[in-house]
Design a protein around this ligand. Structure first.
Ligand code: UDX
Length: 431
């Protein structure tokens, strides 16, 4: 099939390269000319494992091209995937201007039958609004709409594309459902067919539920510290119950990234706008924000103030495995400690360029994890990068002024560090 993918972010590129690998010919469109120029010469605009290699392969095979001009590629397309951002608008509700700009452009150029799949996370009623816009443009009988929400995670976007937990297809039209299904041939995953509204809501519900699990375990972790329990034991007990499941029960600094904060906030707001007070989500958001503050307070209390104190920070990305710092808890913690006068030396395997732009100039970036520890009075672990577990803690102890670790992600071996003479502060278990 000839496909057009609109939007070259994580979702757009994973889909473009994934469908190209499955044998389709894909033209990728983006309004960011710099991004298009970079991709055109085989360079990735962000860090994502496996993508540079697949990009090169697909370009060499002639199965993927990049352009800023939708009009030049839509004429030969049988299907289009809209993968543009839906960031929070001023009122917190999703801003659909990029989506409407893209689909209006499709409508302007359309003169043949096209399957149009919305991958972007959008509120209920968006497909209906798009239908009206195509009708108003006189192109209603040419476009076949499907809501096909995307569930992939950053850091494992390609793995999630080829082996998703499910493919959700929102459309009431049997032919459209069959067309989307056949496009996904080669992807072994259960299909869920439903109406547009259900597909649109299911995506928000999935993210909100996962965020709820995280805030729940963060509350339990706080309680554990107060009563002398160990959240790691509680996690094991919870996770062994298949009705609960072990995933997303890792306490720490709270969730961040480009999706959870945006989508939980949007669902909370959209529910309110439709007359439903979704109180649970209000609490999920509040707990998540408080989690960063709790960690900062823990550090400040243990050190007796941070003014003029040098602290090493490991991790800037919103989670391990990505260079993305959007809504990163690590940055919030660093900003708060820096504002209280701490001297911060930070390291991250991928996120330094993005973090340097987002943080005050006074925050120093170190070339390695060990270098960040030089002369620091404490090490703060802010992102769950697996490589932090591989660092030699004998070397870290020699570089630090005080062998003190605040593990905001519970990724280090507390017992082993204490044996080596470290003061170790975890999340959700006592000293
Ligand atoms: C998420 C969803 O998982 C994905 O299905 C959706 O399509 C996009 O949003 P992503 O933003 O890539 O994906 O990150 P994810 O791996 O889900 O983690 C989100 C945040 O939660 C991160 O900040 C992570 O550190 C945090 N988290 C995750 C926890 O604090 N504890 C956990 O147990 C799991």
């Amino acid at each position: 099939m000839n496909l057009v993918v609109v939007g070259c972010g994580y979702v757009g590129l994973a889909n473009a390269l994934g469908f190209a690998k499955l044998g389709h010919r894909v033209a990728c469109v983006d309004v960011d000319a710099g991004k298009v120029a970079k991709l055109d010469v085989g360079k990735m605009p962000f860090f994502e494992p496996g993508m540079p290699e697949l990009l090169r392969q697909m370009q060499e095979a002639g199965r993927v091209v990049f352009t800023g001009d939708l009009g030049s590629v839509i004429g030969t397309a049988e299907a289009a995937l809209v993968c543009v951002g839906t960031p929070p608008g001023e009122d917190g509700a999703p801003d659909l201007s990029q989506l409407f700009a893209a689909t209006d452009e499709v409508a302007r150029h359309l003169s043949h039958q096209l399957l149009l799949m919305v991958k972007s996370t959008v509120p209920c009623g968006t497909a209906a609004a798009l239908r009206e816009r195509f009708d108003a443009a006189g192109k209603g009988d040419l476009v076949r709409l499907a809501s096909v929400p995307e569930f992939l995670r950053e850091g494992r976007a390609l793995a999630d594309f080829f082996r998703p937990d499910r493919v959700v297809v929102g459309s009431d039209d049997g032919e459209v459902r069959a067309q989307v299904d056949s496009l996904h041939a080669g992807i072994e995953a259960p299909r869920f067919f439903m109406g547009h509204e259900s597909a649109e809501l299911a995506k928000y519900a999935a993210n909100a539920f996962l965020a709820t699990k995280i805030s729940f375990i963060n509350e339990i972790a706080d309680l554990c510290e107060r009563v002398g329990a160990d959240v790691r034991d509680v996690e094991d007990v919870l996770g062994s119950d298949p009705r609960i499941g072990a995933a997303f029960l890792q306490p720490g600094l709270g969730y961040g990234g480009s999706c959870f904060p945006k989508d939980v906030g949007a669902l909370h707001r959209l529910a309110g706008a439709s007359g439903h007070d979704f109180r649970l989500l209000g609490a999920v958001i509040e707990v998540n924000n408080r989690q960063r503050e709790r960690f900062v307070q823990k550090v400040v209390r243990a050190l007796g103030g941070v003014k003029g104190r040098r602290l090493a920070a490991w991790g800037l990305a919103f989670k391990g495995g990505t260079g993305d710092v959007r809504q990163s808890a690590a940055l919030d913690v660093i900003r708060a400690l820096y504002a209280q006068g701490a001297e911060i030396v930070a390291y991250d395997p991928q996120a330094i360029p993005a973090a340097a732009e987002a943080l005050p100039d006074g925050v120093i970036m170190a070339p390695t994890a060990v270098d960040a520890c030089d002369g620091a009075e404490a090490l703060l672990v802010l992102t769950d990068w697996p490589e932090f577990q591989e660092v030699s803690f004998d070397v870290v102890r020699d570089r630090l002024v005080e062998p003190r670790v605040f593990d905001g992600r519970n990724i280090l071996d507390a017992a082993a560090l204490r044996k080596r003479g470290f003061q170790y502060y975890g999340t959700g278990f006592g000293a």
